[in-house]
Design a protein around this ligand. Structure first.
Ligand SMILES: *Cc1c(COP(=O)(O)O)cnc(C)c1O
Length: 391
């Protein structure tokens, strides 16, 4: 579908699946368990702070690195939750969501031909941004049923051209939360081969019964880790697109060097509100997490009852199920049929894999979001239970 006018750096990157599936949801009146955004907004006090900021002059360009109040609040957040010390002036930069943090990190650090080891299935912007930076992705696949990191496969992915590991933990779409042991294997490899680790931790507060370990806290890793996060998932403000990168001053400076030519800055009234969220609503993410855990279990029960073999996610907004036991080999075909069959929309996980051929990694997997309101999930599960889902 590549247009002859499209720049080479964007060719071969499929359009995001969410447009197709969300349009399908609207057209068929389906319950949309596809895209990962919550139905309920974050803390009212934080919204009130954004309104106050709008009314009191926070309407012009914010400083490129972010408003000082937010940079300081991010530094306190890293200290409070993980004991990580960062200098708010040199080691924190505010970005337009974690998406821009990923883009700026890759554009600011990766040279053409550099290899980036990255967990597959991918969060879709990674593929696009590694390619736009001229880098080469070297996938390490997390495989069903438990989606653990295969340390031998990780080692085998590193070559003399490898310069980066791009991690995502808690991991979208599988829900895997990397263990301290797995992270230590990544850290050992990074030290041995002098690699920089870029880690996307947007679901840092959304783990169920397991601990999230930032790789920056492992010995020797603070000086080679760029940590990315955002208020979107932790505070249910996905539309605000306020994110940040923290780490060694030279890595943060590289993010800023690229970021200044992308948006330069954004979200002037939202940045001080997110500072208030981090400082004054530090328990909101834990409450959200407890509620998400209940909704996860509700969805998992519903998927099992509908004959879908669902894996139990340790974190994130998402549960993954195989459609093989219902007789389907192809999750894409299943997801295209599901709105008609059941009035529910889900996302075929194969779009997050390089190899989408028959029998390959995520061919039979489907992702369902459980970050939806209780009533929406109840309705989705009820519809799945009534429908004939067999191939
Ligand atoms: C949602 C998400 C992002 C994007 O974060 P924004 O702050 O909305 O830009 C990045 N990475 C992962 C893994 C996500 O799920």
């Amino acid at each position: 579908m590549s247009s002859p006018r499209l720049a080479t750096r964007l060719q071969g990157i499929a359009p995001t699946i969410f447009s197709e599936m969300s349009a399908l949801a609207v057209r068929t009146g389906s319950v949309n368990l596809g895209q990962g955004f919550p139905d309920e907004d974050g803390p009212p006090a934080v919204i009130a702070e954004a309104v106050r900021a709008l009314e009191h002059g926070a309407n012009q360009y914010a400083p490129g690195p972010g408003v000082p109040a937010l940079r300081h609040a991010v530094a306190r957040h890293q200290q409070r939750h993980y004991g990580i010390e960062v200098d708010p002036d040199r080691q924190v930069v505010v970005t337009t969501g974690c998406t821009e943090a990923v883009a700026s990190a890759l554009l600011g650090l990766v040279d053409p031909g550099d290899e980036v080891v990255v967990l597959e299935p991918y969060y879709d912007s990674y593929v696009a941004m590694i390619q736009m930076a001229g880098g080469v992705r070297r996938p390490v696949t997390l495989r069903a049923p438990d989606f653990r990191l295969d340390v031998d496969e990780l080692r085998a992915a590193v070559t003399p051209r490898t310069r980066f590991v791009l991690l995502n933990t808690p991991h979208n779409p599988t829900g895997t939360v990397l263990t301290r042991t797995e992270l230590q294997a990544v850290a050992d490899l990074a030290v041995e081969h002098d690699l920089v680790v870029i880690t996307d931790e947007v679901y840092e507060h959304l783990t169920y019964d397991v601990e999230h370990v930032p790789i920056a806290t492992l010995p020797g890793m603070a000086e080679r880790t760029l940590t990315l996060s955002s208020a979107g998932k932790s505070y249910s403000f996905t539309g605000w697109k306020v994110g940040w990168a923290t780490g060694p001053a030279e890595l943060v400076a590289a993010v800023l060097a690229a970021k200044q030519w992308l948006t330069f800055t954004s979200g002037s009234p939202l940045q001080p509100a997110v500072a208030v969220a981090l400082d004054e609503e530090p328990d909101f993410p834990a409450r959200l997490c407890a509620s998400l855990r209940e909704r996860r279990d509700l969805l998992l029960d519903g998927l099992h009852a509908a004959g879908l073999a669902a894996y139990v996610p340790q974190g994130t907004y998402f549960a993954t199920a195989s459609v093989r036991e219902l007789g389907w080999a192809d999750g894409m075909a299943f997801c295209r049929a599901l709105p008609e069959r059941a009035g529910v929309v889900a996302i075929p996980s194969q779009v997050f894999y390089d190899d989408q051929a028959d029998g390959a990694g995520g061919r039979d997997l489907v992702r369902f979001a459980f970050c939806k309101a209780r009533g929406v999930l109840d309705e989705g599960v009820a519809r799945l239970g009534k429908a004939d889902l067999s191939a």
